[in-house]
Design a protein around this ligand. Structure first.
Ligand code: GLV
Ligand code: GLV
Length: 328
């Protein structure tokens, strides 16, 4: 039990405490910022395991530096920041934190949807700046939500949760996914459609796919053109799923009514022109950012890390092939 682990940035205390109760050495990046590549390479050396974040690019070079490490536990459900094939080659287990953030992230999609449709952020700014001179018949008119069509791209855990939360708003639900989601069909009368149909018919399009080569720029010029001029795009998944330049153009030219974004193509950079637009609400990647959810994620990531160190199968292993055939 003389384990030596590294945590690439401060996470909620209970996760760190759990590691400290079970490991000899738990070093945490003392600074509240992303490590540089050099710092990352230096700090993973000689560790048995690493708890890393979605802002850490974990590639072959990192696994070489971390020679001997058994596991990298990612503090996120998405693990596009990790070269999983390289991990498997180096016999390193990779885990993520699915499930615990499904509600927080799907709530965030709704928060963005409401904010952009009802122009809450613009109106708040206006009110603070003393613009409110009294009720006005034409003041900040937005889009209706109740009874409208919601299009879900990617009906996995988070996408399905967003869809199910539409119940109170009596929405018609469409979804595009490779697989059928019978729960959505039964509970909501949701219809599985192809992407083009979804884009053409939806008043709100909400994206919930993982970032992969097949989903990179899934939404570009052509797709934005298919959307209604009165429709809104919500993205709480990963930035590169949307061609951000094309989106800025579409918003500027009012090809769509608006967008609510929590993620960006090159975080933390924003595509030029985006911040000048009024018809977009911008959040700094806060999908899972609630106290309870982040605490659960910390415990889950720490639990995965400890299981891997003990030689058990971590509950959220994403590369089971690392264990080899017959070893499970
Ligand atoms: C957040 O973006 C996550 O993948 O957990
Ligand atoms: C993430 O948890 C998803 O499957 O949508």
């Amino acid at each position: 039990m003389s384990w030596n682990v590294y945590v690439t940035r401060e996470i909620p205390r209970p996760g760190i405490d759990l590691l400290k109760e079970n490991c000899d050495i738990v070093d945490v990046n003392p600074e509240d910022r992303v490590l540089t590549k050099e710092e990352l390479l230096e700090n993973v050396k000689g560790r048995d395991g690493v708890l890393c974040l979605l802002t850490d690019a974990i590639d072959d070079e990192v696994f070489r530096a971390a020679e001997g490490a058994k596991i990298f536990a990612n503090y996120a459900v998405g693990y596009d920041n990790i070269d999983v094939d390289a991990a498997t080659r180096h016999k390193v287990m990779i885990t993520n934190t699915p499930g615990v953030l499904t509600d927080a992230t799907s709530d965030m999609a709704w928060a963005l949807l409401f904010s952009v449709a009802r122009r809450i952020v613009e109106a708040d700014r206006f009110t603070r700046e003393g613009g409110f001179k009294g009720w006005g018949p034409m003041l900040f008119l937005g889009g209706d939500i109740t009874g409208k069509t919601l299009g879900i791209i990617g009906a996995g855990r988070i996408g399905a949760a967003v869809a199910l939360k539409s119940k109170g708003f009596r929405m018609r639900v469409l979804y595009a996914d490779k697989v059928r989601n019978e729960t959505l069909e039964k509970e909501l009368g949701a219809r599985q459609v192809d992407m083009d149909t979804l884009l053409k018919e939806s008043d709100y399009v909400s994206i919930h796919v993982p970032l992969m080569p097949e989903t990179t720029h899934l939404i570009g010029d052509r797709e934005l053109d298919l959307m209604k001029e009165t429709a809104y795009l919500i993205n709480t998944s990963r930035g590169p799923v949307v061609d951000e330049k094309a989106l800025v153009e579409a918003l500027r030219e009012h090809k769509i009514a608006g967008a609510g974004l929590d993620v960006y193509e090159e975080e933390p950079k924003l595509t030029p022109g985006l911040v000048e637009l009024e018809n977009v609400v911008l959040a700094p990647h806060l999908g899972s950012a609630t106290i309870e959810t982040r605490t659960k994620m910390a415990l889950m990531a720490a639990g995965n890390l400890l299981a891997g160190l003990r030689g058990e199968m971590p509950p959220n292993l994403v590369n089971p092939e690392v264990l080899g055939k017959g070893q499970r």
